[in-house]
Design a protein around this ligand. Structure first.
Ligand code: NDP
Length: 455
């Protein structure tokens, strides 16, 4: 059987070896999951909530061990990994507390003696997940899906199998019956077969556009529902009346989040002429101060998740420079082992430049000058993506109007970098995907919204 070997991106050293599951084993597991669904769907919300609260406790009790696995497998800083485990516990508790209310039947007055809307689980849902937030991306799917009465299958990214097995184990330790949530150690080429299985009713994918397109096409050909959370090239607008110090700090934090490997990380900074120089100076100062090193230490950035991903980002920088971009910070691969890349700033970026058109999934900021507010909004929206966006201004009314009416993205923030929160829906438009996660929208993605009519 094919082996998966994990590598610590901070050192380049091998970590562990995992055996991929054969198609036969996968098929057996799907059948077992399907069987589990027939019982799980009949359990009460209070029973599911009790187990989900236990899952939160398991996460908290083992957060050091889980955080270390994330740091070793994909290089995020240990302190951010601890925060990620805590956020997973939060989403478990949030849905434990709210699922029953979110999925409560609603009576609707018609000519019938009784008519109502009810929410019923779909069955086995496949989650194809990425490595950047190896626990969070999965729990934000799994907590609502299991609370709704579905059962889950996980195909995690090939560089984080240790995290994938931890997640399955969290649910086991919390007392969820076997096969309520099952990790499949498989390659992406085996995903289509999983989707072909009649028991698998829907799929969710977080990752790149090509991966999303492959899974959605395959699911679509079998009329199976998908939710896609893909990349972004999130624009952050800085207007002339912004608190520049605050804006520069927020922009730096968002761009360097997870070593620049966050779908909702700020990627393009669109600054109006009047404050461009002042912003750039402050922003550069802050970016230059970011510490890079062993992710187990107290640093701002560890390595990127894999050498090939780091090289891809560097290639984007080099292609951007060839097309006229100026590197005013970073931009060079450090001469040491590991997938490290420095905080980098590009300016003089015009339409047609890779840094203008493509998502850069690493610590590279593109700062673009706009003539005025209208021009800034135009540039911000000049992208195929539409996940997050942010505007900095002291005029909160104006900020709210721009966020609500002008910016074309799923999550639009004012004076605060974009972050996910279980209480608010999360997702994108256009090439950033479709469907929503979190809040009551998230739990209603994988349910049969059923009409019941009694004459
Ligand atoms: P991918 O999008 O390729 O991987 C995400 C998940 O999809 C993984 O589980 C992967 O499995 C799986 N996958 C990939 N291709 C297919 C396919 N054809 N059919 C079924 N499943 C598939 O991410 P990469 O790791 O290659 O990263 C590449 C780029 O993706 C990044 O540079 C970034 O731009 C974007 N990305 C976006 C993320 C986000 O949060 N929106 C997260 C991660 C990446 P496997 O690992 O086995 O290939």
């Amino acid at each position: 059987m094919k082996k998966i070997i994990t590598i610590n991106p901070a050192t380049g050293h091998e970590l562990n070896e995992y055996e991929s599951f054969s198609d036969e084993k996968v098929s057996k597991l799907i059948s077992a999951t399907q069987k589990r669904f027939s019982e799980w769907k009949r359990t009460s919300f209070s029973h599911r909530a009790e187990l989900m609260n236990k899952a939160a406790k398991v996460l908290e009790d083992n957060k050091e061990e889980y955080a270390e696995m994330m740091t070793q497998e994909m290089g995020k800083t240990y302190k951010s990994a601890i925060g990620e485990v805590e956020k997973c516990a939060w989403v478990c508790r949030y849905y434990a507390e709210n699922a029953a209310e979110f999925l409560k039947s609603e009576e609707v007055e018609t000519e019938a003696s009784k008519s109502k809307i009810c929410y019923r689980p779909l069955g086995v849902v496949l989650a194809v997940m990425p490595w950047n937030y190896p626990l969070w991306q999965v729990f934000r799917f799994a907590a609502p899906a299991l609370m709704a009465g579905n059962v889950g299958l996980l195909k995690h990214a090939s560089n984080v199998p240790g995290c994938a097995l931890i997640i399955e184990d969290v649910f086991r330790q919390a007392g969820f019956p076997e096969n309520t949530f099952t990790t499949l150690i498989i390659s992406s080429s085996q995903v289509e077969k999983v989707l072909d299985h009649s028991a698998v009713k829907a799929a969710t994918l977080t990752g790149s556009g090509p991966a999303g397109s492959a899974v959605a096409s395959s699911a679509g050909s079998k009329i199976k529902k998908t939710v896609l959370e893909l990349g972004g090239s999130d624009p952050y607008i800085v207007l002339e009346d912004a608190d520049i110090e605050w804006a520069a700090e927020q922009c730096k934090t968002s761009r360097l989040l997870n070593t620049g490997q966050s779908c909702i990380g700020a990627k393009r900074f669109v600054v109006v002429d009047e404050v461009y120089d002042e912003f750039l100076e402050k922003f550069k100062e802050k970016m230059a101060l970011a510490s890079v090193g062993d992710p187990m230490d107290d640093v701002d950035m560890g390595p990127m998740a894999r050498i090939d991903l780091r090289d891809e980002v560097h290639d984007q920088v080099e292609r951007s420079v060839k097309k006229g971009a100026k590197v005013i910070l970073g931009g060079e691969i450090p001469n040491k082992p590991g997938a490290f890349y420095p905080a980098t700033i590009l300016t003089n970026v015009k339409p047609g430049n890779p840094a203008y058109e493509e998502e850069i999934f690493g610590p590279v900021a593109t700062v673009i000058k706009a003539k005025d507010e209208e021009d800034a909004i135009r540039i911000a929206n000049d992208t195929e993506f539409g996940l997050g966006a942010c505007v900095f201004t002291k005029d909160l009314e104006k900020g709210e109007r721009i966020a609500e009416e002008e910016l074309n993205a799923g999550c639009c923030f004012v004076n605060q970098f974009v972050k996910s929160d279980p209480r608010l829906p999360f997702g994108g438009i256009n090439a950033s995907g479709y469907g929503r996660e979190l809040s009551y929208y998230g739990i209603r993605e994988f349910v049969n919204i059923k009409t019941v009519y009694v004459k």
